[in-house]
Design a protein around this ligand. Structure first.
Ligand code: UTP
Length: 249
């Protein structure tokens, strides 16, 4: 299985340290956070992991140099998460029809191996897609992609909605197991919220059944993993992650 870890973002919420240290390389004990994410992907069955980096983030390449399961892709401009994962896909060798695991480079999961459990759920359901998710309080809905569920599957997603627009309180939580078809969709994805090419917008085109999109939408299941997402993209979240990931130190 292929995995993509986007780690090319600017890290503006964690300035000034991110001027020289990518947030994904902040230590959790003796390992950089990104290595814990690589470990998670490998133990979920990923044998080819593409880390997407960008200008100023060469430290990542340096650190993982020589690890045969890891390759690198370069995102030239920070045009959004959708653009970053597409850059990862275009640079990760021979394409197959297998699902692809996507792990956000600044999101750790404490308490379980979310990716491995998602792969198991997919296998038990005919190889469908799976998105890791968690419930979030109303005041935080506008920070995340929010799911609309129908009959247990994902029927739609809305990126960073206001509490009034949000179709539920269930948020996408840093881990995706997606059919390779999402990359074809990303090639034509227009910028969305914040002027960024949003992965969420491409996924909604996969799952919705509208006249403009394929008549048989992809089955993607939500997986509320039992662990807790730790967002290390800001100092407070990083501090929480250090406490939660203490067992790894
Ligand atoms: P974030 O939106 O949290 O990261 O993206 P950011 O853009 O680095 O953060 P701020 O807002 O400037 O503080 C989640 C993940 O997607 C990657 C980031 O590196 C992070 O791991 N990402 C985001 C990219 O690789 N490219 C992008 O264009 C945007």
């Amino acid at each position: 299985m292929k995995a993509i870890i986007p780690a090319a973002g600017l890290g503006t919420r964690f300035l000034p340290v991110t001027r020289v240290v990518p947030k994904e390389m902040l230590p959790i004990g003796a390992k950089p956070a990104l290595e814990l994410i690589v470990d998670e992907a490998e133990s979920a069955g990923a044998d080819e992991i593409t880390i997407v980096i960008s200008h100023g983030k060469e430290l990542i390449r340096e650190y993982f140099k020589g690890k045969p399961s890891i390759r690198f892709a370069y995102q030239l401009e920070q045009k959004g998460l959708g653009d970053a994962v597409l850059a990862g896909w275009e640079n990760n060798g021979e394409h197959t029809n297998e699902n692809v695991l996507i792990l956000l480079g600044d999101a750790l999961v404490a308490g379980c191996n979310a990716s491995r459990e998602m792969v198991e759920l997919s296998k038990a359901n005919g190889g469908c897609g799976v998105i890791g998710c968690e419930r979030v309080p109303r005041e935080k809905l506008s920070r995340y992609g929010i799911l609309k569920l129908d009959g247990g599957r994902i029927a739609d997603l809305v990126e960073k909605p206001s509490p009034e627009e949000a179709p539920s309180d269930i948020a996408v939580a840093g881990r995706y197991l997606l059919p390779a078809a999402v990359f074809d969709i990303l090639r034509t994805q227009a910028p969305g919220k914040g002027g960024e090419i949003q992965l969420t917008d491409a996924i909604r085109r996969l799952v919705r059944n509208t006249p403009e999109e394929p008549a048989s939408p992809f089955k993607i299941l939500p997986y509320p993993y039992p662990g807790k997402r730790q967002d290390i993209g800001n100092p407070k979240g990083y501090f929480e992650a250090l406490k939660a990931m203490g067992a790894n130190v």
